[in-house]
Design a protein around this ligand. Structure first.
Ligand code: ASP
Length: 371
């Protein structure tokens, strides 16, 4: 059965909002079409679709916060840009917008919990100029795991800290203890648990006791964000609550350098959202950057890596009706300002903000398989 992920749900919604989508010539390509070439002036930020939330809705007191715009604004701030790690700070501030958003059930506060109802977060950051990485995994009670990952990068000679050690590390740097399971996320988890098995003692609640939003809930998600500053330096971050209702301690691709993100300051940055296990076993983000180093355009590099993942998935038995049984989206940003993204299935979008416009937008992803 094809799993509905937070990502595919979000992108499905975004894709239907045609007015919200900027679609440059040749933006959408299918398996057989040539990959699109897109380029924008630095500073330039790209992210998964939850990195841009659209313009203010009628009645909103202020525009909805947006990760790509927050990161771009930091990059435009001369003081931030001048700091050694200003670019990294900008990336962390960008994804922090989504980590702080209780309505996004795929990241940080309000993220969907593991099977025991405990929110466990994964995040990684990578900084091109020094080729450093920092990551945390299975981290509980810290709302901004990407910031904790940045502290790993800046203040330790390690690359990845997990579990209770990661919590104590984050607390040592002053990140507050937080209850991350919101009331809504708890309701979604409970509904999942009540329906998880016919053979346990939990009874499935009658339909009339369950509201539509609970029934429609999806099971995964993440934000990946990559940035290029005016100096031509690159940084990236990926942060997530991972697969909803996962086995406690499960770690996905997001905090794994080379899988959920990778950055080579001489070439470009890349990241992934979607089924992490497939990204891990194919070194997804590393493969995309390696493809760009060989000369592929960012979108073409994403498509090539997706096809490789699909081919391997066929061998792994993760195929149904001639298509992979999972969703995946790759994002790529090259050092010269070329960028692109591609999804396993038609209908995806990704977020962009650049120096020319200063505001965020969604663009369509290329894709490998029609829906
Ligand atoms: N890649 C994330 C993970 O596997 C989940 C997602 O992006 O949907 O943890």
């Amino acid at each position: 059965m094809k799993r509905m992920t937070r990502r595919s749900f979000l992108e499905g919604v975004a894709a239907t909002g045609a007015a919200a989508l900027a679609q440059p010539a040749c933006a959408a390509s299918s398996q057989s079409a040539p990959a699109a070439v897109r380029r924008a002036p630095a500073p330039l930020v790209i992210a998964s679709a939850n990195g841009w939330r659209g313009a203010a809705r009628p009645g909103d007191p202020a525009p909805r916060p947006s990760a790509v715009e927050a990161a771009l604004a930091r990059l435009g701030d001369a003081q931030v840009a001048a700091g050694k790690y200003g670019l990294l700070e900008a990336v962390v501030a960008g994804v922090g917008v989504v980590e702080d958003d209780p309505e996004d059930h795929s990241v940080g506060l309000g993220g969907l919990p593991n099977e025991e109802g405990v929110v466990q977060l994964d995040a990684a950051v990578m900084f091109g100029p020094t080729h450093q990485a920092g990551a945390v995994a299975a981290l509980e009670n810290i709302q901004n795991p990407a910031r904790a990952a940045m502290y790993v990068l800046r203040y330790t000679d390690h690359a990845l800290i997990v579990g209770p050690g990661a919590y104590r590390f984050a607390r040592a740097f002053g990140l507050p203890h937080a209850e991350l399971l919101t009331e809504e996320a708890r309701r979604l988890w409970l509904y999942w648990k009540q329906r998880a098995s016919e053979r346990d003692d939990w009874l499935t609640p009658p339909e009339e006791d369950v509201d539509e939003s609970t029934r429609q809930a999806s099971s995964g998600g993440t934000i990946h964000l990559s940035a290029l500053d005016a100096r031509g330096d690159l940084a990236a971050a990926t942060t997530t609550s991972g697969l909803a209702y996962k086995i406690p301690g499960r770690v996905g691709d997001s905090p794994l350098v080379g899988a959920g993100l990778y950055c080579d300051n001489d070439v470009g940055a890349a990241g992934a959202t979607g089924r992490g296990e497939e990204v891990i076993v194919n070194c997804g983000a590393y493969a995309i950057v390696a493809a760009m180093r060989r000369g592929l355009e960012p979108e073409a590099a994403c498509l090539e890596t997706l096809k490789e993942v699909a081919e391997k998935a066929r061998r792994r038995g993760l195929f149904q009706d001639g298509k992979p049984s999972f969703g995946l989206t790759f994002y790529a940003l090259r050092k010269d300002g070329a960028y692109g993204a591609a999804a396993m299935f038609e209908g995806g979008s990704f977020a962009v903000a650049d120096a020319a416009t200063g505001v965020g937008r969604l663009e369509r992803c290329a894709w490998v398989y029609d829906r």
